[in-house]
Structure formats: C-alpha cells, structure tokens
Design a protein around this ligand. Structure first.
Ligand code: SF4
Length: 321
C-alpha cells in the first residue's frame, strides 16, 4: 500500500469511527500501521479496562481473540469487534476446559491461577486470573499453599522462583517468545555492552537468567521512558519496538530476536479495521453463563495490586490520534 493509500484509508477509518461512536484499541504487538491509527496502544488488560471506562459503544480490538473476549466480559453492553476473526493465540490454545478439569481432579486442593492469555471458558473454570504484571502478587494473595498455574510454563516457572508455594505448572508456552534464545542474548550483550536486557516472563528460564529486568509489556514501555535509559535489548514480540522508538526518539531499542513474531497479531491490517467498522463484524460476544464465571476470576485479580502498575499505566495510556 502506498503512503497516499494509507492516508486515505486512515481518514476513512477516522470518519467511520466517529459515525459509529467507536474506539480503536491496539495491542503492543500489532503492526505499526495499526498502532498508528489506534486511540490507545497497550497490553490486553489495560486496553480492556480502557474499553470499559470509555463512553464508546463500539470497541475495535486490534489484538487476538482472548483479548477481545476479556473486553466483552468487562463491557457486556458494548459491541466488541475483532477485525480478523482468525486471530487466535497459540498459547491460549494449549489449555482446554476438559484438560483443566482432569488436572483439577489430580490436584484437588490447588487454587487454579489462570494467565489472562487463555480462552474465556477456561477462565470461567479458574479461581483467579493474573497477568504477567501481577502473577506474583496474585499467587501471594491466595491463602492456600497449592497452586495450579495455567497455561504458560515460562511465566509459571518465573513466578515459582518468587513465591514460597507449591506450584504445579501447565506445559503450555508462547511460540514467539520461545524464539528468543540465550545465545542470541549473549551475542547482543557483546555487541551492545552498555544496553540493559529487559525480557518478558513468557521467555524461557535460560533467557530470563540472562536478563537485567523481567517485565510485561506495560512494564517494558514504562521502563523505556526513564531518563537514565538510552539503550535496551528487548526480549518480547518485535511489534513493541515500533512503540518504543516512537515514544522515545533518540534511544536505541534492539529486538532480542527478529524471529519473535506472533503471526496471529499480524493478521489485522488497516483494510480489516476499515471493513470491521463498516460492517460491524466480526463481533466477539462471550455467552452470559461463561461471562459471569470468568468475570469473577478477573474481578478477583483486579483487587490485587500489580508490580507493573497496570492501572497507573492504563491512566497514562497514550492517545494516538
Ligand atoms: Fe499468544 Fe504468544 Fe501471540 Fe501473545 S505473542 S498472542 S501469547 S502466541
């Protein structure tokens, strides 16, 4: 698409957005062109909270399905659009309600802590949700000693090093984050000796062991804004590099791996955003029964403070247009 085409399409999207009383939310891993036309760019939970607080009636959620589901759970009276119906999450697909019920039987005393990157039906069968920002605090807040952590084994392993509880860890993983390898980090550290290494907790334990900081995407965005930071090796999906560069001109951000690309996040394009707003399709609507139960697990999480300050970052959410 030429620059002129992009400009025309962006204007048409802006017009439609006004007509529909819509808000466009883009995850940090979205294509640059999508981030650039969004009202807010952020992580999945903060975007859902922005959706819930907004007066907009239509939420265009540029992310993946589980994120649009969370938005639907938090704002059931709004229309939630997912511009690419095929945008799933390989990690979320690694847990199902049947497998979870079976595992619960094997661990009858364990509280099920469900990472937000999971299907709504699975959240509905869990005791409490968590994000990468608050997983440690969520687990510490639970009265019992036994935890069943689903579905990400890397985040589960990281959390297990921070709390003194018995944690059974589900074997799921995020394929894009697994592409970040320790040897790649070591090579970049040699090349950029002054750069700090900041990685997402969905990275492998070997990568986390080499990092200076471990944070979710909101934490990374906030950390990059610090005056004393000029160079960062960033270990998460490469879509975040666009936002980091845009917000911090003059600083250097080096992707820990060019292979850390989430194909589902890249399915949404400007054309799909336009069509979605024009046709008010595809919609994501979580069924009432699932919504009520999943909403309890999410609400429990929202009462627990987070280390990356989800709420604070949400309030600092940047308006892009
Ligand atoms: Fe799922 Fe990983 Fe893609 Fe995030 S980056 S949507 S966790 S597959």
């Amino acid at each position: 698409m030429t620059l002129a085409d992009t400009k025309i399409l962006s204007e048409e999207i802006a017009n439609l957005k006004r007509e529909r009383n819509a808000i466009i939310l883009a995850h940090n891993y979205q294509l640059a062109e999508v981030q650039d036309i969004a009202d807010f760019v952020g992580d999945s939970l903060e975007l859902s909270q922005i959706a819930a607080d907004s007066s907009a009636q239509v939420i265009v959620f540029c992310g993946v399905r589980f994120m649009a589901e969370v938005a639907s759970i938090l704002c059931p009276d709004k229309i939630v659009l997912l511009p690419s119906v095929d945008s799933g999450c390989l990690l979320a697909d690694m847990v199902t309600t049947d497998l979870l019920r079976q595992k619960r039987k094997e661990n009858p005393n364990a509280s099920v802590v469900c990472y937000i990157n999971s299907p709504a039906e699975v959240k509905a069968e869990s005791d409490i949700c968590c994000t990468s920002a608050n997983a440690v605090q969520v687990i510490k807040s639970l009265p019992g000693n036994d935890i069943l952590f689903i579905p990400d084994q890397c985040l589960g392993h990281y959390v297990s090093t921070k709390v003194d509880k018995h944690i059974v860890i589900w074997p799921g993983y995020c394929p894009p984050h697994i592409q970040i390898r320790p040897e790649g980090i070591l090579r970049l550290k040699r090349k950029y000796p002054k750069a700090e290494v900041i990685v997402h907790p969905e990275c492998s334990p070997e990568v986390i062991a080499l990092a200076d900081k471990v944070m979710g995407t909101s934490g990374i965005v906030n950390y990059a804004r610090r005056d004393d930071i000029s160079e960062l090796i960033v270990g998460t999906e490469i879509g975040i590099i666009h936002r980091l560069k845009k917000e911090n001109p003059g600083k250097r951000f080096i992707p820990a791996s060019e292979k850390a690309i989430c194909p589902d996040m890249k399915l949404i394009t400007l054309e799909k955003v336009f069509l979605s707003l024009r046709d008010l399709q595809p919609q994501v609507k979580v069924a009432d029964k699932i919504r009520d139960k999943a909403g309890v697990a999410i609400d429990r999480m929202l009462t627990v403070p987070s280390s990356d300050s989800i709420r604070g970052d949400m309030l600092a959410g940047r308006r892009q247009m």
